[in-house]
Design a protein around this ligand. Structure first.
Ligand SMILES: Cc1ncc(COP(=O)(O)O)c(C=O)c1O
Length: 385
């Protein structure tokens, strides 16, 4: 039998990390014991109360049925409370919130809801690779916009204004930005909203890192008139150490939520109720929780700065989020060359910045999801090679 894949998969490769993890597995089978500083999957557990709610609710006989497509009202109310408390954004829990099975699926839902063949979406370069794959899978065209260190990793709106924007329907933005760790400013948020309004472009803000090593969590929805033009994705993966639970959210005006549900309700059903109830508990955690995780990340980050200094990389100490982004020394052709050298000589894996787009070629990214001891061991391996 001859099987061909759909045209929409043309040009969509296997996700870089799944390929690289296979190679790392192979090296481990050869006894190399690779220290993987690549993937941003929190190694710390969620708060014990969250796990307790999951266990208690799962033990009940009446929590196992299909769930409402719009999610449990308890979770939607908790999301509204979380947005009000930390971002000072008011959301109607009945109409302006859609719980998601992780925010990654929301990227696809948005693209499938709004893009037709020939439509364009602006995506950051460097940026999270899923934006461009989701745009392409939905039949649209991803148009990268370059972010530069000298512009504070902000879009160059003057340059964008000079391009043909007539086919652009979506603008993907993400601050705190992954991979560069750039935090947002109010001035940047104002420019983003003004640009979206001027050109009638829906602004999709992906916001999973606002609580990590960031003084004040910010939402693009806090800006005046934002709901007219903004869809915001958020996630419990990083801020609550719940990456494997798959809980995220989409916040927007009622009209947008209704449009996106038309697609999402045909793809999946509501999450397991005990997961939703435990997620609601996670969202009610206070400042102590965020201080606790951030004190651990801050200590790790110091070690990562030391490791990057050993590699003679340049980096900003004011970056935020769950990674450290660093410029490689000019002795290397690109981040891939440095990453391969460290992998094969020192058995340490560091993500090459080029996987986030061509503008990341001269950079590498180190994840903070590992213990201080692992970073110490990685440093020792690098020093001894
Ligand atoms: C920028 C960005 N957006 C979205 C996601 C996906 O997060 P989630 O676990 O909520 O699907 C990630 C995960 O690494 C990310 O880095």
């Amino acid at each position: 039998m001859k099987v061909t894949t759909s045209k929409r998969l043309d040009g969509i490769g296997e996700y870089y990390f799944s390929q690289k993890l296979r190679e790392i597995d192979e090296l481990n089978k050869q006894g190399k014991n690779i220290i993987n500083l690549g993937i941003g999957s929190p190694d710390l557990p969620p708060h014990p109360d969250v796990v307790k709610v999951l266990a208690e609710e799962a033990a009940k006989p009446n929590t196992h049925a299909y769930q409402n497509y719009k999610g449990s009202p308890v979770l939607r109310k908790a999301i509204a409370g979380w947005y009000e408390k930390w971002y000072e954004v008011s959301l109607d829990p009945d109409t302006e919130i859609l719980p998601l099975i992780g925010s990654k699926e929301g990227i696809m839902h948005i693209c499938m809801t709004y893009l037709d063949e020939g439509d364009q979406a602006l995506i950051p370069n460097p940026g999270y690779p899923t934006y461009s794959s989701a745009v392409k899978l939905a039949g649209g065209t991803a148009v990268p916009y370059e972010l530069k260190e000298e512009n504070g990793w902000a879009p160059d709106f003057d340059a964008l204004e000079k391009t043909d924007l007539s086919k652009v329907k979506l603008l993907w933005v993400n601050y705190p930005h992954m991979p560069t760790g750039q935090a947002p400013t109010k001035a940047l948020f104002e420019k983003i909203i003004a640009f979206g309004k001027k050109h009638n472009i829906l602004v999709c803000h992906d916001n999973p890192y606002s609580f990590i090593l960031n003084k004040k969590p910010e939402s693009l929805l806090c800006m005046d008139g934002a709901k007219d033009i903004v869809i915001e994705l958020n996630s419990l993966s990083k801020s609550q150490n719940m990456a494997g639970w798959r809980v995220g959210m989409l916040c927007a005006a009622k009209e947008r939520i209704d449009e996106i549900i038309r697609f999402k309700s045909n793809m999946d059903s509501g999450m397991f109720l005990p997961v939703q109830l435990a997620a609601a508990t996670a969202l009610s955690l206070g400042q102590e929780w965020y201080d606790h995780i951030n004190s651990i990340y801050a200590e790790r980050r110091e070690k990562v700065f030391e490791l990057l200094s050993l590699l003679k990389c340049g980096f900003s100490k004011t970056q935020v989020g769950m990674f450290v982004w660093a410029k490689i020394p000019s002795t290397y052709k690109d981040g891939y060359a440095l990453s391969d050298e460290v992998l094969y000589n020192s058995n340490v894996f560091i993500t090459p910045g080029g996987i986030f787009g061509s503008a990341g070629d001269q950079y590498i990214r180190v994840s903070l999801c590992g213990s201080v001891e692992r970073f110490e061991e990685a440093k020792t391996r690098i020093i001894s090679n």
